[in-house]
Design a protein around this ligand. Structure first.
Ligand code: ATP
Ligand code: ZN
Ligand code: MG
Length: 402
């Protein structure tokens, strides 16, 4: 197949193999990480070729080569698995979905979007966020005896490395940088800013990155606290964690933030214990969906691992049904629907138990699993499905948030 030039700002490339809608969506989403010269990559409706939208003055040949290698790994992901649906709920509220709930919440003065993937919120948005997290926490405590905790927002690169994060999502990591411990460098930085209009960043060789990162998955900081322990049967922990993911140009409203909150549940113990916990957690998720009266499904899913590791990991995940996702529909700006992944229910096998030296009293490494609920996505889904009209909300929720 030959490559057809469309316009000076677009390249059309064939895909090495045709792709289904899920893989096409991953290719488009991760395309912001392909090259600084690429605006975005779009998969053509037939799933056989893509359009690479270039930025001005892009070196076409260099981009063509990079994009070709990217497409090569992404397109070879295993696709076409049967998805297994674990539960499905239909809401009682029969009113229409609210289009562009993000903007409506800003207009209400309940949401402030800083524009870089961070938000501030107050009023009913804040109360709803608290209610979602607290309600989940109460149910986890009552049913699973989950203990409360508090974990830092910074995480050591050594921990992320042990968790395999650099291997699976290298594009999403944020490293913390500090001005080097050097009198002249600190003084240069101070002086540059003392009379400047805007913020001037220190020159790159005056910044050191020593391996502290912003935590990209709620459960990671929990495992090192259990190192060296031997558990009987198992135990559960649940807390509200702050999570950071570098989503580049994909950031958008409450649905794709750089910094967000996750109500996390972690279960650690024997294989049997973690499977039982997953079953109980699924029932709790069902209860939450009903409490907030949402259209939703929970089904098998895969992680959109970054390019080169995609194929192998996806296969492993779906074949073993280790990741289930809570999918909740919302209305987009134009009123059409899209589905938001509002949480995931995962089994990790003995991966973390082995890496962090946590064992069970049978002498085997502990198994683990986790459930992460993306609070801001749940908030967006609730407002999208029940609108700003308090009358349409379930009474138990309405009383607490409006
Ligand atoms: P996506 O495919 O949308 O990027 P993910 O597979 O990366 O989601 P998980 O790793 O399963 O998501 O994270 C757990 C939960 O955290 C998600 O189900 C979602 O609710 C939430 N979440 C993930 N990324 C973001 C984000 N950038 N902004 C807001 N919430 C997020
Ligand atoms: Zn987790
Ligand atoms: Mg993601």
């Amino acid at each position: 197949m030959s490559n057809i030039e469309v316009a000076s700002t677009d390249i059309v490339l064939p895909l090495p193999t045709s792709v289904d809608a899920d893989v096409a969506a991953d290719i488009e989403k991760e395309s912001v990480f392909v090259s600084p010269h690429v605006e975005r990559i779009f998969v053509e409706p037939d799933g056989r070729s893509v359009r690479v939208v270039l930025k001005e003055r892009a070196p076409t040949e260099e981009v063509r080569d990079k994009a070709t290698r990217y497409l090569d790994v992404m397109a070879r992901q295993v696709s076409g698995f049967d998805t297994k649906v674990f539960l499905e709920n239909k809401r009682q509220d029969k009113g229409p979905y609210l289009a562009d709930a993000n903007l409506r919440l800003v207009e209400q003065g309940w949401l402030h979007d800083y524009g870089k993937g961070q938000v501030a919120y107050s009023g009913p948005v804040l109360k709803l966020a608290g209610l979602i997290s607290d309600k989940a926490g109460e149910l986890y405590a009552a049913t699973l005896g989950a203990k409360d905790g508090q974990f830092p927002a910074l995480v050591d690169a050594e921990i992320l490395h042990k968790c395999g994060y650099f291997d699976s999502h290298p594009n999403a990591v944020t490293f913390v940088g500090n001005v080097i411990e050097d009198f002249d460098a600190i003084e240069a930085f101070r002086q540059a800013n003392s009379c400047s209009e805007g913020a001037l960043l220190p020159q790159p060789d005056h910044v050191h990155v020593d391996g502290m990162c912003l935590n990209p998955a709620a459960c990671f900081p929990c495992y090192p606290t259990m190192t060296g322990r031997t558990l009987q049967t198992g135990e559960c922990h649940s807390w509200l964690g702050r999570v950071f993911r570098y989503e580049s140009r994909n950031i958008s409203g409450l649905d794709r933030l750089y910094e967000f909150n996750v109500r996390e549940l972690v279960f650690v113990g024997t294989d049997e214990f973690t499977r039982e916990c997953r079953g109980k957690a699924l029932k709790i998720v069902n209860e939450l969906i009903a409490f907030f009266d949402l259209d939703a499904v929970v089904q098998t899913a895969t992680d959109p691992f970054f390019a080169t590791v995609s194929a192998a990991k996806k296969f492993w995940q779906q074949a073993q049904e280790v990741k289930n996702e809570i999918l909740i529909p919302v209305a987009k700006q134009d009123g059409s629907r899209k589905v938001l992944a509002c949480g995931s229910i995962n089994l990790h096998g003995n991966f973390f138990g082995t890496k962090f030296d946590i064992s069970c009293d049978d002498g085997e490494p502990a198994h683990t699993g986790c459930v992460g609920l993306g609070i801001e996505r749940w908030v967006l889904a609730c407002f999208s499905q029940h609108s700003l009209d308090p009358k349409r909300w379930p009474a138990a929720v309405r009383e607490q948030i409006f």
